[in-house]
Design a protein around this ligand. Structure first.
Ligand code: G4P
Length: 525
């Protein structure tokens, strides 16, 4: 029996964890599941995904060899009468375009920082996308069980580098390396933690009154209360409106490995993070949560399972109730899409989903007609804004090694372009024969080459191309640009023209000297 979509939406929390590789995203994900009871006694199952994934897809072999996570996963689990949708984001520094897309489908983000390292380059880049989307960010200062940096110094760094005002919700008692527990600044209470072997079970917690804590924790307590006194004096208190506006970030301190502070972050997701709200369409109108079912595609993945050649479109439900079997209309094509096969993906395993509500993620199987960014609706048409495309930073040329596989090469090119594995830029004159590939990171080229060879039987050669900058242009400016050496004008999969520049300097000169040319930066947002 379908439930009331408004009530179900209010119970949902849809979020992602972002971090620099190795800061502890996977460990925190495991611990969330442990605390939610989704993996009782089995923390480590997310990490153990390499074993489970073995059967899933050949191209993931590369992931396993490199020990990185390329594909995103959506996990759903209950916590405190709520339903959490946790969208996993790939952790590798290079492979960020997919991560950016995931951020278009969430309502909040947990940013994990290694307390010994602070803000690292990847965190900064991801954070810029969060800011562009005004996503509320909860910060978790991780690895506090071992020697790290002074937490006050880390707060300064968050403020200075990402311009987000840190408002500590919990504060450590005991210096890193001798971490005893946290003060909850909102209640003044002390939570003392006890380690369990490798954090395999929920960390025993004891709530201790301030007076007793002062007597038992001695100098560690004194130091912590001195620091929280300082925070009180500067008014660095959790502030819901500025958190929801993406201007301040509640900060939690802990250690994912030993489970210290994990529950506080989960509670913050319920108590502070927003439930799904009306999603804005391209006209800026909110789609009411109670309207009929609507969703948008934020990720497309083909051939996840080589034994069934298929293509899954991951959609986020934005309004109404999704019932498996219902027919949705694809706004772009006007064609019906029967949702007979719909699944959630938990780790590498799929299970059928019969009902879903705003905020939920559904994998639509057999989605050969659906593209990244497509809007779907049951009755009332809606068009949600396209998934932002990102300014590519690296470029390469690709050609089949065996000229007998040109057909397969073309098919693969079209498929992987649609999936957004790389952006394929074509010369309007020569078409597919010598495309330029554009990506945010080099690894996207490796995935592209691997998948062409494995799934389309078309081994290719990828050679780095000498471009330093890319701009959006138009048919009026194109002839002038084509006449200049070191510039190429190519067509993107969505029909937009882009200009590639071998020299940034030349681009700057043109921007200064020929104001009439259209040379717009590609901006994420
Ligand atoms: P990632 O997904 O962000 O890349 O990070 P991941 O969770 O894989 O963690 C990276 C490493 O940091 C792992 O160690 C993990 O055990 C460790 N780690 C995570 N959280 C904490 C913490 O709170 N305290 C400490 N001390 N370490 C933490 P590894 O040696 O690479 O792997 P493993 O052998 O422990 O599995």
């Amino acid at each position: 029996m379908p439930a009331d979509p408004l009530r179900e939406a209010s119970r949902r929390r849809t979020f992602a964890i972002i971090s620099h590789p190795d800061a502890g995203k996977t460990t925190l994900t495991e611990k969330f599941l442990l605390y939610a009871g989704a993996l009782v006694g089995e923390a480590g199952a997310v990490k153990a995904r390499t074993g489970r994934r073995a059967a899933t897809s050949d191209w993931m072999e590369m992931e396993q060899k490199r020990g990185i996570s390329i594909s995103s996963t959506a996990l759903q689990f209950p916590y405190r009468e709520h339903v959490f949708n946790l969208l996993d984001t790939p952790g590798h520094r290079d492979f960020s375009e997919d991560t950016y897309r995931v951020l278009a489908a969430v309502d909040a983000v947990v940013m994990v920082l290694d307390a010994a390292k602070g803000i690292e380059p990847q965190t900064l880049k991801l954070f810029e996308v969060c800011r562009a989307r005004s996503l509320p960010v909860i910060t978790f200062l991780n690895k506090y069980d071992r020697p790290g940096r002074d937490p006050l110094e880390l707060l300064d760094e968050i403020e200075a580098q990402i311009g987000l005002r840190p408002t500590p919700a919990t504060w450590p008692v005991g210096i890193s390396g001798d971490f005893r527990g946290v003060i909850d600044r909102r209640t003044g209470g002390f939570t003392r933690f006890t380690r369990t072997a490798r954090g395999g079970a929920i960390a025993p917690e004891e709530d201790v009154e301030a007076d007793r804590a002062a007597a038992e924790e001695g100098a560690a307590w004194e130091r912590a209360t001195d620091e929280t006194g300082l925070l009180d004096a500067i008014g660095a208190d959790v502030d819901l409106p500025s958190f929801l506006a993406g201007e301040s970030t509640p900060v939690f301190v802990g250690s994912a490995l030993t489970n210290f502070g994990v529950r506080h972050v989960l509670d913050a997701m319920v108590d502070l993070a927003p439930a799904p709200g009306p999603r804005l369409d391209t006209a800026g109108e909110g789609r009411p949560l109670g309207a009929d079912c609507a969703a948008f595609v934020f990720k497309v993945q083909a051939n996840m399972d080589r034994s069934h050649r298929d293509r899954i479109a991951f959609v986020r439900i934005c309004s109404g109730t999704f019932e498996r079997g219902m027919v949705l209309t694809c706004e772009r094509t006007g064609r019906p899409f029967a949702t007979k096969y719909a699944s959630t993906v938990f780790g590498a395993e799929r299970s059928t989903v019969d009902l879903a509500y705003p905020g939920d993620i559904v994998g639509l199987v057999n989605a050969s007609d659906l593209h990244l960014g497509d809007s779907l609706y049951a009755e009332t048409p809606v068009r949600f804004p396209p998934i932002p495309r990102f300014a590519p930073e690296v470029f390469a040329s690709a050609r089949p090694l065996d000229t007998g596989t040109t057909k397969q090469f073309r098919r693969g090119l079209a498929q992987l372009d649609e999936e957004g594995v790389v952006q394929v830029l074509r010369d309007p004159d020569t078409g597919d024969s010598a495309p330029i590939l554009a990506a945010v990171g080099q690894l996207q080229f490796d995935v592209f080459a691997d998948r062409l060879a494995l799934e389309f039987n078309s081994p290719i050669e990828v050679l780095s191309a000498p471009y330093e900058a890319i701009r959006l242009t138009d048919p009026t400016s194109a002839p002038r640009l084509r006449a200049i050496g070191g510039i190429r004008v190519l067509e993107r999969g969505d029909g937009e023209l882009v200009a590639l520049f071998e020299s940034r300097y030349r681009l700057q000169r043109l921007e200064n000297d020929e104001a009439g040319l259209r040379l717009d930066p590609i901006v994420a947002g």
